[in-house]
Each structure stands twice: as C-alpha cells, then as structure tokens.
Write a protein that binds this ligand. Structure first.
Ligand SMILES: NC(=O)c1ccc[n+]([C@@H]2O[C@H](COP(=O)([O-])OP(=O)(O)OC[C@H]3O[C@@H](n4cnc5c(N)ncnc54)[C@H](OP(=O)(O)O)[C@@H]3O)[C@@H](O)[C@H]2O)c1
Length: 161
C-alpha cells in the first residue's frame, strides 16, 4: 500500500525553497501521528531539510528510503536505517509493504500515479512559495474521511480506479 501525505494551500503550494511555507502546529501534530515509526520515502532535498531541523537526533520514522538520481550519493547518518533509491519508478512498482511518501514536490509528482491513499491537509488561504503539487484528477479517488478546523481541512482520498 502506497500512502502519500502532504499539506498544500489553495494554490497547491507545498514549499518555499527547502522549507514549508507556513507553520501550523496542529498539522505537524497530525502529520507526526500518521508517520511516526513508519517506513517512508523522501527526496534527498527533503531529507537534508529535515536533517537540518533534527540535527543530531534521529528522524521520527522507521526505515527511510531516500530517492536520488545521483548514483554516487550514499547517505548514512548513523541515526536512522536508510536505503537509497536510485530508480524511483521501479521501486514504486515493486512496493509490497506500507510505504508513506513524505515529499517533496518532485517525489510527490513522480509517486502520485502509484499511490493508493492520499492524506491531504488542505491549508486554508494562499501563501508565498515556489514548489507546487501537480493537478490531481479527483475522479480517480473517493473521499473517505475528513475533518475540518479553522486552519486546515484534513482529508483521506482512496483510489477507486
Ligand atoms: N507541504 C508538504 O507537505 C511538504 C512535505 C515535504 C516537503 N515539502 C517541500 O517540498 C520542497 C522540496 O521538494 P523538491 O522537489 O525540491 O525536493 P524533493 O522532492 O525532496 O527531492 C528532489 C530530489 O529527488 C531526486 N529525484 C528526482 N527524480 C528522481 C527519480 N526519477 N528517481 C530518483 N530520485 C529522483 C533528485 O535527487 P538528486 O538531485 O540527488 O538527483 C531530486 O533532487 C521543499 O520546499 C519542502 O519544504 C512540502
């Protein structure tokens, strides 16, 4: 099962440089409740951004798959179990376990065709930034859960076709 989880604003904005364009604590708590201890996939840009944030502490996931197209890049931080993914599409085709795709923009775009479940946090309003989520064909998914707060509409879409 391939799960994707992300937050985007009303323009599908997800990032500003290597950062998230907003700071919404309730969404971070929600994100952590879903991804803590899970097997995750992320791009190297997102990994370095998170590593800068967590410094010498382990990231709060189980195994981490890091996608890169640089076959000479091997990340081993001694803090997390890490496996490099050099051929992302082949990897996604063969996933037979619960995987959580946690960004960033490039990896979301490439993973979307393979995703079974989309955990989307729709952040209310518009923000400044430069990384966007691609257009989603919602006819391929069914909304199976939602929870609305003043700041965010939390949703789960499950693939139907
Ligand atoms: N709003 C959210 O929920 C959320 C969550 C996470 C991240 N973000 C944001 O997303 C942004 C980062 O996104 P990003 O697109 O710059 O970086 P990214 O998706 O984290 O990583 C991009 C990297 O993935 C690698 N890659 C690209 N195509 C590949 C392929 N076919 N196979 C294997 N690896 C491949 C490349 O690595 P090489 O260059 O090493 O080849 C590329 O540089 C930041 O602004 C971050 O804050 C937002």
């Amino acid at each position: 099962m391939i799960n994707m989880i992300w937050a985007m604003d009303e323009n599908n904005l997800v990032g500003k440089g290597d950062k998230i364009p907003w700071h919404i604590k309730e969404d971070l708590i929600y994100y952590k409740s879903k991804t803590k201890g899970q097997i995750v996939l992320m791009g190297d840009t997102t990994y370095y951004s998170l590593r800068g944030y967590y410094k010498d502490k382990p990231l709060p996931y189980g195994k981490i798959y890091i996608a890169t197209i640089d076959k000479n890049l091997a990340i081993n931080d001694g803090l997390n179990e890490i496996e490099m993914v050099y051929d992302l599409i082949s990897f996604l085709k063969t996933v037979n376990f619960d995987l959580w795709v946690v960004g960033g923009a490039t990896i979301y775009k490439l993973s979307l065709p393979f995703a079974d479940r989309l955990y989307i946090s729709f952040v209310k309003g518009t923000h400044e930034g430069d990384r966007y989520f691609p257009q989603i064909d919602y006819s391929k998914y069914k909304l199976t859960w939602e929870n609305n707060t003043d700041l965010v509409r939390y949703t789960l879409f499950e693939r139907v076709m």
